[in-house]
Design a protein around this ligand. Structure first.
Ligand SMILES: *[C@@H]1O[C@H](CO)[C@@H](O)[C@H](O)[C@H]1NC(C)=O
Ligand SMILES: *[C@@H]1O[C@H](CO)[C@@H](O)[C@H](O)[C@H]1NC(C)=O
Ligand SMILES: *[C@@H]1O[C@H](CO)[C@@H](O)[C@H](O)[C@H]1NC(C)=O
Ligand SMILES: [Zn+2]
Length: 407
């Protein structure tokens, strides 16, 4: 209730009431971490604490960044990393870009909520102000494309009409509160009740920050709907500068795709579809050629009059089936077969087949491998192919000295 911003400069002079050690749990790039710092109570504040679906503000107390603002009863707690002296006078500055963005999304939500109810009887059950886009949960199993378009036209018409948005404070027992849209008050609510009105359209019990005139919303884009929780529909929207940002990123993506796909935007979907189909076909061809190659490799070995009793092969591109086809083709009762596929010095797959599996432990050690075997064939994953040469030399030596010799 006490969050007044002086819009001209977004700076407010106040003083520190208390400074208490505190912790802040936050997620940075998906990793949870706990920051140690202080919760600052100020005489008064212009920073909005989280509430009513709206995220909290950021800003500066003097030079100290405010990392989080939370509501505690009638007070706002400002989390900062370094201590501030109690009683000290401070200049409080709000991150206006973030605040104004939140105002646009929040007032936009009120407007969409009011018109979705008026036009179609769809009640809003909750909403979320997201980092990139915001969502309104409507109590209806579906919204037709025609309704979506009608709603978008209606909200933008109200923006063009420059309707004023006003704030009123009413006492909790004021009978006027009965006509007001509300999802109830928080349990620790104190003081008067705040009503945000879009004049002539909507009165809404709300603690959030709002534009003073619908013209400040600039434009609203309803991006579409998604199926929500049971029998609900999530309406996704952008308001104000987010529409411009979205157009900018979409345009940049489009330009990159034009140069990558060598077609105009109208053909992008078709072009990607064609590419995907052709990749699928190539993969199929690749596999079938790989199978044929395996058979030829094995036959080539079998036809070699000087073939001996050891066959070893490494191929960067291959799979288990490739190796098994070769092992199937070669008589592994008299020939030891050692096959690997994968990156030269990196991880890969291996297959070992034949009459001498007594060196297995050493082979697994050298390949940093793991696997399983039956019927004289052992196969698995190698963590490193770096010592493949040593394995091959070891096996060749074993074969030359007679394959029945024990380790
Ligand atoms: C809303 O904005 C329009 C256009 O700037 C202006 O004419 C009108 O007076 C404003 N209304 C209020 C209540 O501020
Ligand atoms: C959803 O709505 C339909 C039709 O109004 C109703 O038959 C169904 O029971 C509802 N489902 C749930 C989970 O509320
Ligand atoms: C062909 O298939 C093998 C085995 O799956 C794979 O390793 C290789 O990368 C593929 N090659 C191409 C060009 O897709
Ligand atoms: Zn609100």
């Amino acid at each position: 209730e006490n969050f007044r911003a002086r819009k001209e400069e977004h700076i407010f002079v106040t003083s520190v009431v208390s400074c208490c050690p505190a912790e802040l749990k936050q997620e940075v790039n998906g990793k949870k971490e706990t920051l140690r710092g202080f919760n600052i109570k100020l005489q008064d504040t212009i920073l909005f604490p989280e509430g009513g679906g709206q995220p909290d503000d950021r800003g500066l107390i003097g030079e100290v960044p405010v990392l989080r603002v939370k509501r505690q009863g009638p007070d706002a707690l400002h989390f900062v990393a370094s201590a501030l002296e109690e009683g000290q006078e401070v200049r409080l500055k709000v991150d206006w870009d973030r605040r104004f963005d939140h105002m646009q999304q929040h007032s936009g939500q009120h407007l969409i909520t009011a018109l979705a109810d008026k036009m179609f009887g769809y009640k809003t059950t909750s909403w979320e102000l997201g980092h990139q886009r915001s969502t309104i949960e409507l109590d209806t199993p579906s919204v037709t494309p025609a309704q979506l378009q009608e709603l978008e036209e209606a909200v933008n018409e109200k923006i063009r009409a420059h309707l004023p948005v006003s704030v009123q404070l009413l006492s909790v027992d004021d009978p006027a509160l009965e006509k007001v849209r509300s999802r109830g008050l928080p349990e620790d609510h104190a003081g008067p009740v705040r009503i945000v009105s879009i004049v002539g359209i909507d009165d809404n019990m709300c603690c959030g920050t709002h534009v003073s005139n619908l013209s400040h919303l600039q434009v609203i884009k309803l991006l579409g709907t998604e199926k929500g929780k049971k029998n609900k529909t999530n309406l996704i929207f952008l308001a104000g500068n987010r529409v411009l940002k979205y157009a900018e990123t979409s345009y940049n993506t489009e330009r990159s795709l034009v140069s990558l796909l060598k077609t105009g935007p109208d053909e992008h979907v078709e072009a990607v579809d064609r590419l995907q189909k052709s990749v699928k076909l190539l993969q199929k061809t690749n596999l079938s050629l790989l199978r044929d190659l395996a058979v030829l490799i094995a036959q080539n070995f079998k036809n070699d009059p000087q073939k001996g009793n050891f066959f070893s092969l490494h191929k960067k591109e291959g799979d288990n089936e490739f190796m098994n086809i070769i092992a199937n083709e070669i008589n592994t009762e008299e020939t030891l077969v050692f096959l690997t596929v994968g990156e030269e010095k990196g991880p890969g797959l291996f297959l070992l087949a034949g009459p001498i599996l007594f060196v297995l432990t050493r082979v697994l050690e050298l390949l940093q491998g793991k696997g399983a075997g039956k019927n004289g064939r052992f196969q698995g994953k190698a963590n490193s192919m770096a010592r493949r040469g040593e394995v091959e030399a070891l096996l060749r030596r074993r074969c030359q000295h007679g394959i029945s010799q024990e380790e």
